[in-house]
Every structure is written in C-alpha cells, then in structure tokens.
Write a protein that binds this ligand. Structure first.
Ligand SMILES: *Cc1c(COP(=O)(O)O)cnc(C)c1O
Length: 402
C-alpha cells in the first residue's frame, strides 16, 4: 500500500488514532463526515482556491537562493516562500481551510488555543474574513509574554480568554478549549493549528497544508525539469513539513529531512529525535516524557517548535525510514537567521531558520547537480526581540563564520 493512502481507519500505522473522552466522539465523527463530503466538492474547492489566491497571496514563490547556494558550495538551494503569505506564515493555509469547512458545516463560531499567539492570530484573520465569531484560549503567562499578539487578535475582532489554571501556558489553554468545544459543539468548530490531535485533524490539516508541496512540484518542474533531491522543513507539530513532503510521499527518489528544535543542546523540543511513544492530546505518537510518563518541559528559542509531541504521520515516516529527522540548536538557528538576512535580504522566522541551517549543511555535502528545497515557514519580524536578547547573551549574531 502507498504511503499517501494513510491514514487508514484513523491511523498512521501504529500512530495517530482517536484517544478522547466519549463526549467528544460525536463532534469528531461529524467533522470527519463533513470533510469527506466537502473536500472533493467543486464549489468548496473553488472557494478555498479563490481565498488562497486572492486573499492569502498564493502561490508563494519558489526562489533560487543563489547567494546561499554559493556560500554552501554544493547543491542548488531553493526556498519556498511561505513567509510571504498573508499573516507572515504558512498557518493561514490551514486556518482558511478549516474556517471555510466550519462555515459550510453551518457553524457560526471558531475556537482555538494558542501558545505564542501565531495560531491564534491566523484563526482570528480567518474568522474575520469569513464572518465567524472567534474566541481564542491563551495561558495567562503566555499572554503576558506576548502582549502584542493579544492586541493583534483583539484588533482582528477575536475575544481572547486568559487561562489562569495550572501552569497558565499552552497545555492549560488546550484543556479550556476542549471544555468549551464539548459544551458548544453544535455551533462551534475547534480549529486545530497543526497536524496533531485526534483523527481527523492530522489528515485535514495535512491536506490543507499540502498546497505547499503541490506548488513546489509544479514550480520546480517548470524551472528544473525534474523533482528535487531533498526537501527540508522545520517540525513543531509538523504541519509545514508534512505539507511540503506529502505530495512527494510515494516518490522515493525525493528525500525528506525534518528539523526539530535542539534547544541549548541539553534541553530541547525534539520528540522524533529523542522521545518515546506515548499518548497525548488524543493521538499516539512520539513524545517527550519522563520515566513516569509525565510530559517533560520543552525548550527552543523558536516558540513554534516548542511542543512536546509531534504529528503522527511524522512518527510513521520515521518508523518506515521514509523521512530523516535531525535537530538544530538555538545558536545554529540564530546563525542561519543572521546569514539569510545578510546574504539574501530575507529575515526568516526562527523556526524556519532551523530548516535553513540544516539545508545549508546538507547542500554543502552534495554536488552542484543536486537540488535542495527548504520551506521558509514564516518571516522573522515576530522574532526580533528574541534575537536581540539572544545577541546579548551569546554574541551569536555579531560574529562571522568562515
Ligand atoms: C507555528 C509555526 C511553525 C511550527 O508549526 P508546524 O505545524 O510544525 O509547521 C513553524 N514555523 C512558523 C513560522 C510557525 O509560525
């Protein structure tokens, strides 16, 4: 059976599934049925394609990074420019898709949880343009650290609920959002932000993000007349990576490299590289947990990579050896952040800088006839403060290498 045919019965081989309280089962079944009906429907497809084109700015360019290629001294490096999508990242591809799906299901209200605020912002944008009431759950501690994003979401018309329970961060916000959904499922869609959670979310989010890989295929065939040798993307929950990889899943000659947050080299956020299999947020997948099965604290300079689990389809790709996964440290990501800014005039998100660093390393060991495509998941404007304080600590941005 082909890799692209997963999930089967809600599972990616031994991973994925639907580990949720009974009370949520009807909502997940309703969502799955509606999605199966609508995804191939010409009206739905045309409406989504129109929004992606005229509102989000698709297709995003595939840019040949000549200066970066010269610096690496090996394979030709291309960048898929998701940083140019409205909102500044790939997240809107999924938010628009799910918001449109919700609307077609007759829902009037969107809820979502957010950590640093990126997914909350994308959801607020989609809610605004499609006229859906939008409410975002955010840990009170996260909100304090990300005041600009709270303001941004409110400006976009969303109501932001500050969660004061537990550690007052993402995990607690997820619990509150689930409680809301269980109570209000008749008029409410829970807009999940990555390829995580119970079936059908990993499948739905993958399909909406696959626009990235589908465009890459067309663009590279036009430009180079053949498929790339290696695709590289950063992995938080894994949505920009699976969106990049999935359309090439059955073509073994196209290599996949997923890049997790290596943190400070000690503490990290790399469940595929260093985790064990367990169950969290409704799915069976690789997790960071301690010897008692308690979820471990994660660490990455990139807020979007700072998650203790990962999408179950990546777990399958790892188990089958279809994709390779590696880590890039905070310091290496900062190096790529600065390098891409100087060499190409593109300030990448710190998440994306992880992919750029790994692509640079690989390309350096490949031949000039080969091609590497790295997905630039977002732009770096949101990370300037983080980068400035990191310079103070490590002097990492000031020094030249090579
Ligand atoms: C959220 C985010 C990520 C991580 O999410 P994935 O689901 O792994 O793609 C990566 N890059 C940027 C810019 C983000 O905002």
């Amino acid at each position: 059976m082909k890799l692209s045919e997963f999930p089967r019965q809600g599972r990616f081989g031994p991973f994925g599934g639907r580990f949720v309280p009974e009370i949520l089962m009807p909502a997940l079944e309703e969502l799955e049925a509606a999605y199966r009906d609508l995804k191939g429907e010409p009206g739905f497809k045309a409406q989504l394609a129109g929004l992606l084109r005229d509102y989000a700015g698709r297709p995003s360019p595939l840019y040949f990074a000549a200066n970066l290629t010269q610096y690496a001294g090996g394979a030709r490096i291309y960048l898929k420019r998701e940083d140019l999508i409205h909102g500044g990242a790939h997240k809107l591809n999924n938010a628009l898709g799910q918001a449109l799906l919700a609307k077609r299901m007759g829902k009037t209200r969107l809820i979502a949880e957010t950590g640093a605020g990126q997914h909350g912002t994308a959801t607020a944008i989609a809610g605004a343009v499609l006229g859906l009431q939008t409410e975002i759950y955010m840990g009170a501690l996260d909100a304090k650290r990300q005041q600009m994003n709270v303001f941004r979401m409110e400006l976009l018309g969303a109501k932001v609920h500050l969660v004061e329970n537990g550690g007052k961060t993402l995990k607690d916000a997820i619990n509150e959002a689930l409680r809301d959904w269980a109570t209000n499922v008749r008029n409410t869609h829970y807009l999940v932000g990555s390829v995580v959670g119970p079936h059908p979310y990993p499948m739905i989010v993958r399909d909406f993000q696959s626009v990235i890989g589908k465009e890459i295929r067309e663009q590279i065939l036009t430009r180079e007349g053949r498929l790339p040798d290696l695709l590289v993307a950063c992995v938080g929950g894994g949505s920009n990576a699976i969106g990049t990889f999935y359309p090439f899943a059955d073509e073994a000659e196209v290599g996949f490299l997923g890049v997790e947050g290596g943190g400070d080299g000690g503490r990290h956020s790399a469940p595929l590289s260093h985790g064990q299999v367990g169950v969290l947020h409704g799915m069976r997948t690789y997790l960071l947990q301690d010897e008692w099965g308690q979820i471990a604290k994660t660490n990455s300079i990139a807020a979007g990579l700072d998650y203790p689990g990962v999408g179950p389809e990546h777990a399958l790709y790892l188990a089958l050896g279809r994709a390779e996964y590696t880590t890039v440290t905070d310091e290496e990501a900062l190096f790529a952040f600065r390098l891409l800014s100087r060499l190409e005039g593109i300030i990448p998100a710190l998440e994306s800088a992880h992919a750029v660093y790994a692509a640079l390393e690989r390309a350096g060991n490949m031949s000039p006839e080969e091609m590497v495509i790295a997905t630039l998941s977002g732009r770096g404007d949101k990370d300037l403060e983080t980068a400035i304080s990191a310079v103070g600590e490590t002097d990492g941005l000031g020094s030249d290498r090579g």
